[in-house]
Design a protein around this ligand. Structure first.
Ligand code: UDX
Ligand code: ADP
Length: 470
């Protein structure tokens, strides 16, 4: 079979590369309208950082995995076409700030419709889309097949559950593969075709098939449940800080209940990433459109708590630094939305930085993977005054430079390397009193306190030091 994947991003790239690795008998072409991205995929410097991805790409690129900007050609030749384009939250018009912007999905569907003149194509939506998006894709394609009688299409939903930073492992050993399709003979045949691809490496019992809407909604629901767990533990973290309870101990105790489970109970400075906020908002919007305001309000609260958590953390930094950060140097450690990725979409670091910049702080930002231009773009997109960003932000490539002369260190991303630094040396080079705000419960707080740092973290009351600081 020939398989085409439209969209060479965080989802399309890794998922298609792993398919190519596991299905050497089939040929995969990943296409994108972005020439620079495709050039990067064809080079030694891939456009995204993902542990293990380069090794997989090196094994299959040029054999049965190809990257190209010739979208029409790859579509024409393919038996199966995955749509893996981005579906950001709408920034204008009806549903602004909540509904998903489907313009990229629609343009991909129109590219398919324009390119295909004959043959049967199975079109698979892999991007996370609102419920009923498959129906819209189907409508666009059916209009095309009505004027091209030799062309026919079946649209399937096959949402991707990989998480960035662990994408390769998630793809090699998925918890489940979800395939939704039309409940008809043709729909069933398409489902079986896609199943045959996954069966090359995924055990049959992990491949779940269902109707298209269930599949689309399952993806939104799964992300909403995960985001909700984080907001739940973050809400508890606020109670911990007020009562003297320790959120890690509470999470452990709660998570040992089999019915609850230990995962995704890590209190933090708030969840980021391209999916959680977008998908929960998407669900909220769907519920509003379906006239289910109580359900919409319920899920909206997951987002509200996330914003509250970011705000709470940022205001704690200012109040601890004697209620003013004006002209104080603060080192922001980590800008990616989680470790092991260079992705900054919806990263809490952006919002914490914005708050501190607007309070007059001078920030030095260090992240082991995120590119300088990305940090600059992200901050300029949230701060009203571009010049303010220019004047207040320095991007550093060395953690010791970043922290030198700083009043405070703010850990926003849980990069492993942050645990390995020489904090004695860092302490010596900082302004006193030297503060560390650990937004990820990452560092050894006792050790830091023994050096002399004032440590504040999430979900734990700061110990009172001999100087009386909290
Ligand atoms: C998520 C889903 O996990 C994945 O299944 C879906 O396909 C896409 O969205 P991703 O956004 O890549 O994946 O990363 P994830 O590991 O889920 O983390 C999302 C955010 O939540 C990160 O900012 C992370 O730091 C935060 N998080 C996660 C917590 O704050 N606490 C936790 O316990 C877990
Ligand atoms: P995701 O995290 O969902 O993979 P990305 O933004 O990383 O999102 O990747 C989506 C990719 O899809 C981008 O590289 C973008 O250029 C590409 N894309 C968007 N619309 C089209 C289209 N109509 N045809 C081909 N590629 C597209």
């Amino acid at each position: 079979m020939k398989v085409c994947c439209i969209g060479a991003g965080y989802v399309g790239g890794p998922s298609c590369a792993v398919m190519a690795l596991k299905c050497p008998q089939h040929a995969f072409t990943i296409v994108d309208i972005n020439q620079k991205r495709i050039d990067a995929w064809n080079s030694d410097k891939l456009p995204i950082y993902e542990p293990g991805l380069h090794e997989v790409v090196k094994q299959v690129r040029g054999k049965n995995l190809f990257f190209s900007t010739d979208v029409a050609k790859a579509i024409t030749e393919a038996d199966i076409i995955f749509i893996s384009v981005n579906t950001p939250t709408k920034t204008f018009g009806v549903g602004k700030g909540r509904a998903a912007d489907l313009k990229f999905v629609e343009s991909a569907a129109r590219s398919i419709s324009a390119a295909v003149t004959e043959g049967h194509k199975v079109v698979v939506e892999k991007s996370t889309v609102p419920v009923k998006a498959a129906e819209s894709i189907s409508k666009i394609l059916k209009t095309s097949s009505s004027v091209k009688p030799n062309a026919s299409f079946q649209v399937l939903s096959n949402p991707e559950f990989l998480a960035e930073g662990t994408a390769i492992n998630d793809l090699l050993y998925p918890d489940r593969v979800l395939i939704g399709g039309e409940q008809s003979e043709e729909g069933q045949a398409a489902i079986e075709l896609l199943c045959s691809l996954y069966e090359s490496w995924v055990p049959g019992e992990k491949i779940i098939t269902m109707n298209t809407w269930s599949s689309e909604l399952s993806k939104l629901a799964a992300n909403a449940f995960l985001a909700q767990r984080i907001s739940s533990i973050n809400a508890i973290s606020a109670v911990c800080e007020e009562t003297g309870a320790n959120v890690q101990e509470v999470a452990h105790a709660v998570g040992t209940d089999k019915r609850i489970g230990p995962y995704f109970l890590k209190a933090s400075v708030g969840f980021g990433g391209s999916c959680f906020q977008k998908d929960v908002l998407n669900l909220v919007y769907l519920c509003e459109c379906l006239n289910l305001p109580e359900v919409a309000l319920y899920w909206q609260q997951v987002i509200n708590i996330n914003e509250y958590q970011r705000r709470r953390f940022a205001t704690k930094i200012v109040s601890s630094l004697f209620n003013t950060v004006t002209n104080k140097k603060i080192a922001i450690m980590g800008f990616a939305f989680k470790k092991d990725t260079m992705d900054t979409r919806e990263s809490s670091s952006i919002y914490i930085s914005q708050y501190l910049i607007e309070e007059g702080a001078r920030l030095t930002i260090y992240d082991p993977k995120v590119q300088d231009e990305q940090i600059d773009r992200d901050l300029k997109s949230v701060c009203e005054d571009d010049e303010l960003v220019g004047r207040h932000v320095t991007i550093s490539h060395d953690p010791y430079d970043a922290t030198q002369g700083a009043h405070a260190i703010v850990v926003c991303t849980e990069w492993d390397e942050f645990k390995t630094y020489d904090y004695e040396k860092i302490y010596q080079s900082m302004f006193k009193p030297a503060f560390i705000f650990d937004g990820r419960l990452l560092l050894d707080h006792q050790h830091l306190e023994s050096i002399g740092f004032h440590v504040q973290t999430i979900g734990k009351r700061a110990s009172v030091t001999q100087n009386g600081y909290h």
